[in-house]
Design a protein. Structure first.
Length: 432
């Protein structure tokens, strides 16, 4: 993974030293279980824990000759353990080690990602309450629609990431699965007790029915979940990017002292972090399709999935970890401009209140079709004037509108607070 987009804690999970250490623990725990069953001497199991060691460089050197990573690992460990090492890997196949190790790594990666989500949720909640009643314009199709609050925008993001957290909890449970069942999953040469024993020691569930490998639908769901989270990261990042546009400028990324926005234009303050997040989200989603395609393996197993997982396991988790941390920083320091929000709200001469007038006319006995026509013909005059005209004043001067509504009734329909009366209700739904 590119160091620029990596954080040390997540990277460490995928380092060779960590991987081989997990392999060793799987093998040592399995030997303990075999000793309890009386299949191997207890002294041999104890010797593996006491003398067992490995060197990444030595494993690599052996693998260069034997062309098999698990055999290279076992050979290196045997060089330290000596004669009792012959009792390691009894009745096991390589995938028992590889798949169980991957489950441990993905579970640990999930724990980091869950912690990332918790930090993001904390920031979103704080900023949502900070701007709970900060009015701003809601947009549909990028066009002014009706008033909302900036707090509601952030509450929506909070709810979305809370759902993502629930999804990741479920995906973690699905992926944290141990299989030590032998060459084709039948336990022909190893007792199921060994699988249960190792699973308990490593904090994993047992795979109910495996082949030579753990079924890859589990992995597909895991990486698909990461892809959904990445899409949520991008959705919020794009919102910030749009709000930072010069014509809008309702919020922007924090611009630190000494920061430069452009090599050519000294005035520039660009949304570089959220643009970066959009790119990183594309990468994480790009790992989903290979994971889905890994589900369809030949018979009891082929290795077409192996090369894919050696890449997407580290890359997807490391990238998403970095992205979530970056998004948390962006939202924590996001600069918000309430006055500009209000200015944009007022920009189009009150057009954002058109629906209230439409509904008032229908309540006053005018048909919906006629009501729509009356409001629209005045609204279009305001639109064509680029907000220089006032919808309220045009409506009060329209004889057909005045035939149904008094001037006071028309003015009442331009109350901003009307649109925000249920903000508390929505916040209670989101935050409890």
């Amino acid at each position: 993974m590119v160091p620029r987009y990596s954080r040390p804690e997540m990277v460490k999970i995928w380092e060779p030293e960590t991987r081989f250490r997990i392999w060793f623990e799987i093998e040592a725990h399995a030997t303990d279980a075999l000793a309890e069953l009386g299949v191997v001497p207890k002294e041999a199991a104890a010797a593996i824990w006491e003398k067992g060691a490995f060197e990444v460089e030595r494993i690599d050197a052996i693998e260069a000759e034997v062309k098999h990573d698990v055999i290279a690992f076992l050979t290196n460990v045997a060089e330290h353990v000596g004669e009792p090492a012959r009792f390691m890997h009894q009745g096991m196949t390589s995938s028992d080690v590889l798949d169980t190790c991957l489950a441990v790594q993905l579970a640990r990666a999930s724990d980091i990602l869950l912690a990332d989500l918790d930090k993001l949720l904390e920031v979103l909640k704080r900023r949502a309450f900070e701007h709970k009643m900060t009015p701003t314009i809601g947009r549909s199709h990028g066009i002014h629609a009706e008033p909302v609050t900036f707090g509601l925008k952030l509450a929506q993001a909070y709810a979305e990431f809370a759902r993502n957290r629930e999804r990741l909890v479920a995906a973690r449970a699905d992926i944290a699965t141990c299989a030590i069942s032998g060459a084709v999953g039948t336990f022909a040469n190893i007792d199921p007790f060994v699988e249960s024993y190792v699973a308990e020691k490593l904090g994993l569930a047992i795979e109910p029915v495996s082949t030579q490998v753990i079924p890859r639908d589990r992995h597909a769901m895991f990486f698909a979940t990461l892809g959904v989270i990445a899409s949520s990261v991008e959705r919020l990042a794009i919102e910030v990017r749009h709000l930072q546009r010069t014509e809008v400028l309702e919020a922007e990324e924090y611009f630190s002292p000494g920061q430069k926005g452009s090599s050519a234009m000294p005035h520039k303050r660009n949304p570089v972090l959220t643009e970066n997040l959009t790119g990183l989200a594309r990468l994480v989603r790009g790992f989903v399709t290979p994971a889905l395609e890994n589900v369809a393996l030949w018979h009891e197993r082929d290795i077409s999935h192996s090369s894919v997982e050696r890449m997407i396991g580290p890359d997807a988790t490391i990238t998403l970890d970095f992205a979530l941390a970056r998004l948390t920083g962006v939202m924590d320091k996001l600069v918000v401009y309430p006055a500009r929000m209000q200015k944009n709200l007022d920009k189009m001469g009150g057009l954002v209140h058109s629906q209230r007038v439409l509904l008032a006319l229908t309540q006053a006995g005018v048909s919906r079709e006629a009501s729509y026509r009356l409001v629209q013909r005045n609204a279009m005059k305001v639109w064509d004037s680029d907000g220089e005209l006032s919808l309220m004043e045009l409506l009060k001067a329209d004889p057909q509108v005045r035939a149904a509504l008094t001037a006071d009734e028309i003015e009442d329909k331009f109350d901003l607070g009307y649109h925000l009366k249920h903000v508390d209700t929505i916040f209670a739904r989101v935050f409890g």
